[in-house]
Design a protein around this ligand. Structure first.
Ligand code: FES
Length: 75
């Protein structure tokens, strides 16, 4: 899979950018959406974002990421 592939075509957000936000501490699709704007247009990509979030959380279950340094701000 190409990490630079665009997941959200409306807002030009790649899988790589979504993973970066997840590695920074985001835990939900809503957090990914607010931080990257992915899935906030036509919403067609939201299911794919859900899948990326679920896969990331499953992969990192044994090594839970601390949310230190992740400051979530509403726009
Ligand atoms: S493709 Fe992501 S909001 Fe439209």
């Amino acid at each position: 899979m190409n990490p630079k592939r665009l997941v959200c075509l409306c807002n030009f957000v790649s899988e790589e950018e979504i993973i970066k936000v997840l590695r920074s501490g985001a835990l939900t699709t809503a957090e990914v959406q607010k931080f990257t704007q992915a899935g906030t247009g036509c919403t067609r990509c939201v299911r794919e974002i859900d899948a990326i979030v679920a896969k990331h959380l499953e992969t990192n279950k044994k090594d839970p990421q601390l949310r230190i340094g992740f400051e979530f701000k509403d726009p």
